[in-house]
Write a protein that binds this ligand. Structure first.
Ligand code: UDP
Ligand code: MG
Length: 319
């Protein structure tokens, strides 16, 4: 088994030397070959310089520097694309995740799990703006996706490579990797992990992140349930509405024939006509969504990030 640890880095210059020390302490004793892929996500501070210095000393550190700030999820995707570990561990650069937890995650992979998900049981973030909204979002994600975890947002997770490659990550989607992996048939386990307050620098996120997560949840749910056939959802709804309006029209027709009540004068006639139009519109929307989904699949080859510089990376991984 060989291991790639992937770490997105955005303005973390003070944290990086300590991160490196902590990684060495956790990884050196392991009996596996490992490397660490640090993805500089367009940092504006001295992060890239620090990474260059560390990587000059230690070949096991690979650095991918993106052309601009593409966001944490895109940085993670860049890391995955440049890695070759059979096992992939994702974690944050700010030491809020503890590298000392990595051996415990690997233990579970060795036991046969495909995804080992960290759970910040004692999360050390601002309660009102971060922890509370994230707990509510976690409950919602668990309910909607049917993949039951306490903490989707914890970056510290270990994956068997085959369950994590093959789909594109964007938005806040890195937290939904276990959901995709589950649809692939992955065995998933959640383990409580350490969580520290941030030492240096500040968080890049606030309450707005939870809103983005919930909107991404719609896409995830949509793609996993109706991803290949949106016409089933919209077309089904449309046919239902048309059937409803047909039933109302039939009722009006029977009343006209049986009791001589005028059809056109009834407000029900207008409602039924509107509902039928809505039904047709819904079916058209299904058709458009169908085309959209095909375009989505076609566009998979499009990069979600661009690279300015690579250090110690495997040249065969360059695009
Ligand atoms: N990060 C990144 N690009 C961004 C924002 C964040 O690569 O645009 C990295 C950041 O350097 C850190 C991780 O993603 O390693 C998590 O970010 P942060 O600590 O700000 O999030 P929080 O822990 O507050 O959820
Ligand atoms: Mg953090």
């Amino acid at each position: 088994m060989n291991l790639s640890v992937i770490i997105p880095v955005y303005n973390e210059q003070e944290n990086l030397p300590m991160l490196y020390e902590a990684l060495l302490k956790a990884l050196e004793p392991l009996a596996v070959a490992w490397d660490v892929i640090l993805v500089d996500d367009g940092s504006r501070d001295g992060s890239l310089k620090v990474l260059e210095q560390l990587a000059a000393k230690d070949q096991r550190l690979r650095v991918v520097s993106l052309r601009r700030n593409f966001g944490q999820t895109a940085a993670i995707a860049a890391g995955i694309d440049h890695s070759d570990g059979e096992v992939i561990v994702l974690m944050d650069a700010d030491l809020q995740n503890d590298p000392a937890d990595i051996p415990m995650l690997l233990q579970k992979i060795e036991e046969g799990y495909d995804v080992v998900s960290g759970w910040r049981a004692k999360r050390k973030d601002a309660y009102i703006t971060r922890t509370l909204p994230s707990n509510l979002a976690n409950g919602l994600i668990s309910w909607v996706t049917g993949v039951h975890l306490h903490d989707y947002g914890c970056t510290l997770k270990a994956y068997r490579r085959e369950v994590i490659t093959g789909f594109r990550l964007y938005g806040e989607m890195h937290r939904f990797i276990p959901v995709y992996a589950s649809s692939y048939g992955a065995r998933i386990i959640e383990l409580p992990v350490n969580h520290n307050p941030r030492k240096f620098g500040k968080t890049k996120y606030g309450l707005e992140r939870t809103v983005k997560v919930i909107l991404d949840l719609f896409t995830v749910k949509f793609l996993s349930s109706f991803g290949n056939k949106p016409i089933y959802l919209f077309g089904g709804t449309g046919l239902g509405l048309i059937a409803l309006s047909a039933a109302v029209l039939l009722y009006l027709f029977v009343r006209r024939v049986g009791f001589g009540v005028s059809v056109l004068a009834s407000p029900l006639f207008q409602v039924a006509t509107m509902v039928a139009i809505m039904g047709f519109q819904s079916m058209l929307m299904g058709l458009i969504a169908e085309l959209q989904v095909r375009t989505y699949h076609e566009s998979q080859g499009k990069p979600t990030y661009t690279v300015r510089k690579r250090i110690n990376t495997d040249p065969s991984k360059n695009d």
